[in-house]
Design a protein around this ligand. Structure first.
Ligand code: ZN
Length: 190
């Protein structure tokens, strides 16, 4: 079932989501919700979607990039479901990421992200995982994880002059950003 995406200004996006117990992970309620979250993400053509974005305060997000029309330059991410994520930064380095969000219609802005992170959490089968994630993909996971803590990418935009609509991004910024993405991918492999 496709769910409704909350938009910036909705207080639900500012709340901290709750952890899910191992028993809850395997429940039909959570499993059906994960299916709905994936369906909603795909219908909206997002790179990721976090539970609070559909007004559910659980620590769950999904990410997937494969020929995404919203983000044609993003490296592929296989469908990944993450429950109770914990992110650790593995480097002091940062890269500039031009982000957008399904909860912030028609706005993009530059956010600094860590290009090398450790992502710990549980998959939808309740199995723990622990993965090092690099580059642009690491940025996507940080964006989704922020939603579980009541944060939106606009909070992290340091230079407000980088804000732009999607049309203006295409016109004025996409070409140079694609080059920067190419540099990040060359350096970190994703
Ligand atoms: Zn978002």
């Amino acid at each position: 079932m496709k769910l409704t995406i909350a938009k910036i200004g909705d207080p639900v996006l500012r709340q901290v989501a709750k952890e899910i117990s191992p028993e809850e992970m395997s429940s039909e309620k959570v499993q059906t919700f994960i299916d709905d979250l994936i369906e909603t993400k795909r219908a909206a053509r997002g790179a990721g979607l976090a539970a609070p974005q559909v007004s559910v305060l659980w620590k769950i997000f999904v990410a997937e990039v494969d020929g995404n029309t919203r983000y044609p330059y993003k490296p592929k991410i296989p469908l990944t479901v993450v429950i109770n994520p914990q992110i650790t930064f593995l480097t002091e380095a940062r890269f500039a990421n031009f982000e957008g969000c399904l909860s912030v219609p028609d706005l993009r802005g530059v956010v600094e992200r860590c290009p090398e992170i450790r992502l710990e959490g549980f998959n939808r089968e309740g199995k723990p995982f622990n993965q090092v994630i690099k580059g642009i993909t690491a940025g996507t996971f940080q964006h989704e994880n922020d939603h579980l803590n009541g944060m939106i990418f606009v909070d992290r935009v340091k230079d407000s002059t980088s804000f732009c609509t999607w049309d203006e991004f295409k016109k004025h910024h996409e070409e140079s950003f694609r080059r920067q993405v190419g540099e990040v991918v060359a350096k970190y492999g994703s």
